[in-house]
Design a binder for this molecule. Structure first.
Ligand SMILES: CC(C)(COP(=O)(O)OP(=O)(O)OC[C@H]1O[C@@H](n2cnc3c(N)ncnc32)[C@H](O)[C@@H]1OP(=O)(O)O)[C@@H](O)C(=O)NCCC(=O)NCCS
Length: 181
């Protein structure tokens, strides 16, 4: 139900608290692939911590301040996307993504992010979509470029990841740019 296809064998759909066990198993499976860049990869260790995380996004969704989706390949949860922030007053939102090694390199995340951007601009009237990443995260930088975002600069040492202060590169896309593309 409520799934959107990304490829013949892949789809994106909401990821909700009732899927906590499946999400916990997924995080264990992809931890090594995503933990250099995703803080919750280290803190979600079981169904209980997975449920807490999914409930946080369910609350954000209820307040129209965020959303979380999973990407399933052949019925197995392999990655996902989030509106990490969503501000319907200022009309700004931030998209985040992750994908385990088994699903990387197929353009699935790019396709999923395009659907989110279409919805944000086309349905919700957002003015600006942001993408935040570590400037050394080459795959994430490549995805931002592929999606046509513009790099606005790097907030120096703005984020703590695995005990180390890291830069946060800010990318953005404006509604008019998306329509023109
Ligand atoms: C960032 C991340 C999601 C990117 O995953 P990805 O699979 O490279 O992303 P895409 O879906 O855009 O796929 C692009 C790749 O698919 C290939 N591809 C194949 N068909 C494609 C298509 N139709 N459209 C676009 N790309 C396609 C591209 O050539 C590219 O491959 P390459 O990197 O070998 O050149 C992934 O690396 C990841 O989860 N990393 C760890 C977590 C993370 O860093 N998250 C982001 C935090 S800011």
């Amino acid at each position: 139900m409520f799934a959107s296809p990304l490829a013949e064998d892949a789809e994106i759909r909401p990821l909700e608290p009732w899927q906590a066990e499946e999400f916990a198993e997924h995080v264990v499976r992809v931890r090594a692939d995503i933990s250099p860049w995703i803080p919750w990869a280290a803190t979600i260790t079981d169904a209980s911590s997975a449920r807490e995380f999914l409930e946080m996004y369910a609350r954000r969704q209820a307040a129209d301040q965020g959303r979380l989706y999973g990407i399933w390949i052949d019925g197995v949860l392999q990655g996902g996307t989030v509106f990490r922030t969503f501000d319907p007053v200022m009309l700004n939102c931030e998209i985040g993504v992750w994908m385990g090694a088994a699903g990387q390199g197929r353009g699935l995340v790019t396709r999923a992010a395009r659907q989110m951007i279409d919805w944000a601009f086309g349905v919700r009237g957002m003015a600006r979509v942001e993408w935040h990443c570590d400037p050394e995260n080459a795959r994430s930088v490549a995805a931002a470029e592929r999606l046509g975002l513009t790099c606005e600069g790097t907030l120096r040492e703005a984020f703590v990841m695995n005990g180390e202060r890291r830069g946060v590169q800010i990318w953005s896309l404006l509604a008019d740019e998306w329509r023109a593309a």
